[in-house]
Design a protein. Structure first.
Length: 202
């Protein structure tokens, strides 16, 4: 019996790997629809044929992200909702809500995206790396919305956990982007204050 379980797990992992390969080929090929079709069919096959696969949730999230890239937002969101039914810990739920936030942001539904980012933060508290990534994406949402105050606060929170975040540790371009934005905002505030002080002393 154990041998049968092990064989099923190996087959599930192989299907997962095959689907992931097509997923990355899709991204590396400038989003060639041929690879998208192959990736979707492999992810769906793995989900349907191996319901007990221990990393099944990852298949859902890959599939949802793939549909998001293809601008099939309703399908992407639907997959995330299905994923919530099998999530069994807070970090998994945080990742699902984070993905839902990204989908909503792609649709320009900013209030919905903001709600999902904060929901994701509620579940991500124990994972500082994920916590940092969510704050970074939340900051970018506020920049897109034009809310500079909230963007500054979110990006500062992202930097607080830089040492615990492989995401920021290995992406100096993102760290530079954050620091550049924060520096720009501080300069703007300082310039505005100087102008106000000059007007008062006239």
């Amino acid at each position: 019996m154990q041998l049968l379980v092990d064989v099923k797990n190996d087959m599930a992992e192989l299907a997962d790997l095959k689907a992931a390969n097509f997923y990355y080929l899709y991204l590396l090929s400038d989003c060639d629809d041929k690879f998208a079709y192959l990736a979707v069919s492999q992810f769906e096959k793995a989900i349907n044929e191996y319901p007990d696969y221990e990393h099944k949730l990852n298949l859902y999230l890959y599939l949802a992200t793939l549909y998001e890239y293809q601008k099939n937002y309703d399908k992407a969101a639907s997959i995330c909702i299905d994923a919530l039914s099998i999530a069994d810990n807070d970090i998994q739920k945080a990742n699902i809500y984070h993905t839902l936030a990204s989908i909503s942001q792609s649709k320009k539904e900013f209030l919905e995206a903001e709600k999902y980012y904060y929901k994701s933060l509620e579940f991500a508290e124990k994972d500082k790396s994920l916590y940092s990534k969510i704050y970074f994406d939340l900051g970018r949402l506020f920049i897109e919305k034009g809310d500079k105050g909230k963007a500054t606060e979110a990006l500062e929170n992202a930097l607080k956990f830089k040492q615990d975040s492989p995401f920021l540790k290995h992406r100096n371009d993102y760290v530079k982007e954050i620091r550049g934005y924060l520096r720009e905002q501080r300069t703007t505030v300082l310039f505005k204050k100087k102008n106000e002080d000059a007007k008062r002393h006239k």
